[in-house]
Design a protein around this ligand. Structure first.
Ligand code: WT7
Length: 652
């Protein structure tokens, strides 16, 4: 058991299983052994500029850089003096090779349509749409809101912006008009690119109407470009709104990429802060491109012949980095799917994998836990033998969910890469390399090249093995956020003030005796039970390891004796009865797996847990419920409002 220290987060859950990369996989991989990874990692930390310069040479530059890094904490500039264009790297670069007739995007709509765009075709569409932007007086440095479903046009719009140096800000298609309005206001955007609607679980989401509502009051928006997706009846505002397909009639496909400064802003992506207004995370061109290029190459060990599928929506950073930019920068084939995983039935993902012979699957723990809940019979109906690599991102993955993913989806033959990163980091930071690093279920394992993470206590001192603390990054990296748009002070305060010169991730973690990282959850969610600081993920994982549990969320509530008591919200697998006996059993189960200190004071069964639109459990809301309060905080990012009503009406 870990040493008890009131200031630090304790860690009790010990996972013993280790999975070595198979000899076959390792032999074909870019990085083949742990020793090779370690050597390269050490070099990358000793001389990051040399490492990144070598990787950067694989990209296409318009003018060479003069200096790799200028670091005036907390402000970094990478590849100073260099000129580059991200869309040229994702498109034109491949037209010079055999890749020009290869599928760049394979897309499947929720209703079932299929489309394939080769690199040549995608290039053609991007050039034409970039000319549409210019025709509508959108130019370099202008901010453009993209509010589209996960359809090829979302990628086309992003790449077209990048081609002319316009700065995009993608707003997730599930967000409301208020969210659009706030983002327009904060970014000062001049245009919105949207669709007449999008399909979701068979219904139509009224995207254009949401945009109309967001534009009711005076705003900076001069133009709205509307793609026809559903043929729904919509309002077109004279003088402001134009149709995507009509605009294309006026342009040709000749649009040379603009040579942009390395540090030219590429996009702003808003992420909800724990309090207050959303933060506009700003990413710039060369460093971001390099980060997503290098990680896609090494982490997914991507091959020309692969069909790669990241299931994220383009509205999240994962959709930016690993649906669109990363795979295209690598010249890979990226699969895009528009809809829900359980539409029309819970086997949609497995059907897609079978139909398209997908080789690499990258998805989220929340989806994996839902699949477990829906039952293995949906998986067994399909041939998943094309898969060769699996990835996970977004939350700590519970060891039992990891095991299920590895066995039931991966057939025991695919490496699982559990990748830790954030909107702010731009690309994957802590991750196994699939041919080199032995994996342990629930651990994101070791840092990527050039990444220097550490776990520190309150005084900033690095803690020893298996002691919990705060996760920080000690060196700048190319794809790091450059600022919070329009708010330098918040950027400094939020990420760099606690341990000056070091980036604060906001996550709690521990390292085991082999240096493996185990993320225990957001620092804000940490519980303090009788002087013991416990991360949420370990108690949750202990609950999920019980055969009848599908998902669990743990929060603290004030307790006179212990400071905080542990309340567990638990969803059960299909056809399990929510009995009092089972509650008692679950308490004992946690006691056995972690220790008496972590035993929930109360177990509440729920039909579903409140999640953000990106699938993260909203523990903040559960905390309010656990203390008997009604939910008052911001719920705009909540996926399904009926969940809250059900929870507050829940028994006890
Ligand atoms: C937060 C970042 C990374 C893109 C999608 C989410 C949590 C993310 C993992 C992982 C444990 C993870 C962290 C992080 N997280 N990946 N593999 N293991 N936790 O981006 O919305 O910016 O969220 O997600 O808490 O800080 P995001």
């Amino acid at each position: 058991m870990a040493k008890i220290d009131n200031r630090n987060i304790e860690s009790h859950l010990k996972e013993k299983r280790v999975f070595k990369p198979s000899r076959e996989f390792a032999r074909a991989a870019r990085i083949k052994t742990l020793a090779q990874y370690q050597k390269m990692w050490r070099e990358s930390i000793r001389s990051p500029e040399k490492f990144w310069a070598r990787e950067a040479k694989e990209l296409m530059w318009r003018a060479p850089w003069k200096k790799v890094l200028e670091w005036k904490p907390p402000f970094a500039k990478w590849f100073i003096g260099g000129k580059i264009n991200l869309s040229e790297n994702c498109l034109d670069r491949h037209l010079l090779t055999h890749r020009r007739n290869k599928a760049a995007i394979i897309w499947e709509g929720e209703p079932g349509e299929k489309r394939t765009l080769t690199y040549q075709q995608l290039h053609h569409e991007v050039c034409r749409f970039a000319n549409v932007l210019k025709r509508n007086k959108i130019g370099k440095g202008d901010r453009v809101i993209i509010y589209l479903p996960t359809i090829p046009e979302a990628a086309i719009a992003m790449l077209a912006c990048a081609r002319i140096g316009a700065v995009h800000s993608v707003v997730f298609g599930g967000f409301s008009s208020d969210a659009i309005r706030d983002r327009i206001q904060d970014s000062g955007a001049v245009a919105v690119i949207t669709a007449d609607g999008s399909y979701r679980r068979g219904g139509i989401v009224p995207l254009k109407k949401n945009v109309d509502d967001a534009l009711r009051e005076r705003s900076t928006i001069k133009r709205v470009i509307v793609f026809r997706r559903t043929a729904a009846d919509i309002h077109m505002e004279e003088g402001r709104d134009v149709w995507w397909h009509r605009e294309l009639e006026y342009v040709n496909a000749n649009c040379p990429p603009v040579a942009l400064d390395s540090e030219h802003p590429l996009y702003i992506l808003y992420t909800s802060g724990s309090t207050g207004k959303p933060k506009g995370i700003l990413h710039t061109t060369a460093g971001y491109l390099l980060g997503i290029y290098a990680t896609t190459k090494y982490v997914f060990d991507i091959r020309d012949e692969d069909i790669y599928w990241c299931t994220a929506d383009v509205g999240w950073v994962t959709g930016h980095s690993y649906v669109v930019y990363g795979p295209l920068a690598c010249g890979a084939t990226t699969l895009m799917y528009e809809g829900a995983p359980n539409w029309p039935e819970p086997d949609r993902f497995w059907r897609i994998i079978e139909d398209h012979r997908v080789n690499i699957l990258y998805t989220a723990p929340t989806a994996i836990r839902a699949f477990i809940r829906w039952g293995d019979e949906w998986v067994k109906k399909h041939d998943l033998s094309s898969l060769r690599l699996l990835g996970s991102v977004g939350e700590p993955i519970n060891p039992e969910a990891w095991m299920w993913y590895q066995r039931t989806i991966g057939g025991g033959r695919c490496p699982v890469v559990d990748t830790w990163w954030q909107t702010e980091t731009g690309c994957i930071m802590i991750t196994p390399l699939p041919g080199a690093v032995p994996t342990k279920p629930g651990s994101a394992t070791l840092p990527f090249f050039g990444v220097d993470p550490a776990i520190v206590d309150l005084s900033g001192k690095e803690v020893g093995p298996n002691v919990g603390g705060k996760l920080i990054i000690r060196k700048p990296w190319p794809s790091m956020l450059r600022t919070i748009y329009g708010d330098k002070e918040r950027y400094k305060k939020q990420y760099w003030s606690e341990y000056p010169g070091n980036y604060l991730t906001g996550d709690g973690a521990r390292r085991d005796e082999e240096g493996y990282f185990w993320i225990v959850g957001r620092i804000d969610d940490v519980l303090n039970v009788a002087g013991h600081r416990l991360g949420t993920s370990e108690i949750e994982s202990a609950l999920v390891s019980h055969a009848r549990v599908a998902e669990a969320a743990v929060v603290g509530r004030p307790d006179e004796l212990k400071g905080q008591g542990v309340v567990a919200f638990v969803t059960l697998k299909a056809n399990v009865d929510p009995t009092a006996a089972l509650k008692a059993e679950l308490r004992e189960h946690v006691g056995k797996h972690i220790g008496a200190i972590a035993k929930p004071d109360e177990v509440r069964f729920a039909e579903a847990l409140p999640k953000t639109r990106s699938g993260k459990i909203m523990r903040r809301l559960l905390k309010e419920l656990a203390t008997g309060k009604t939910v008052t905080g911001d719920t705009t990012t909540l996926e399904d409002f009926s969940v809250l009503a059900k929870l507050s009406g829940a028994e006890e």
